[in-house]
Write a protein of this length. Sequence first.
Length: 174
Amino acid sequence: MRKLQNNELNRISVNDFKKAKKNPIIVVLDNIRSLNNIGSVFRTSDAFLVNSIYLCGITAQPPHKDIHKTALGATESVDWKYFNTTKEAILELKKDNYKIVSIEQAENSTELQDFKVNKNDKYALIFGHEVKGVQQEIVNISDSCIEIPQYGTKHSFNISVSAGIVLWDIFNKL
C-alpha cells in the first residue's frame, strides 16, 4: 500500500460542492460553546454532503479563526444559517416537513444502530451543548431521540465525535 497524495484524492471544488446533490440532512447545533467543535462539525458535514447547518443560540458563526482552524474551509462549502433560538430553527424545519431527531440520552430513545431511515424523509439532527446536551424544550418537540450506545465508564462523547458517528451512520442508511 502507498499513502495517496492530496492531488490524488479527487476532491471536488467548492463550486462543485455547491452544485452537488446533498443528503436530506440539516445539522442543528443547539448552543455549542466550543469553536473547535463547530468547525469540526462543518468539516464532517462537508464530508457527508449535508444540506446545511443551523447555528443556534450561543453557537458562534463564521468567519472566526478558531472555527476555521478545524473547519479547514468547510464554512465556505457547507451552507449555514443562524437562529437566535433552537426552537425557532425547529419550528421552521417542521414547516418544511423535516423529521426532528435529537441526539440525546432520553427515555424511550432509539439506539443509533436501530434507527430506521426512510429515504423519502428529510432529517434535522440536533446536537446539544457540551455539558447540558439538547435542551429539554427541544427534546419535547422532537419526533425522536437517537442515543449512541456506550459501554465504558463515561456517559457522553464530544459533540464533534457524536456528529461524526451519527452522520456516518445516517449517510450509510441513506
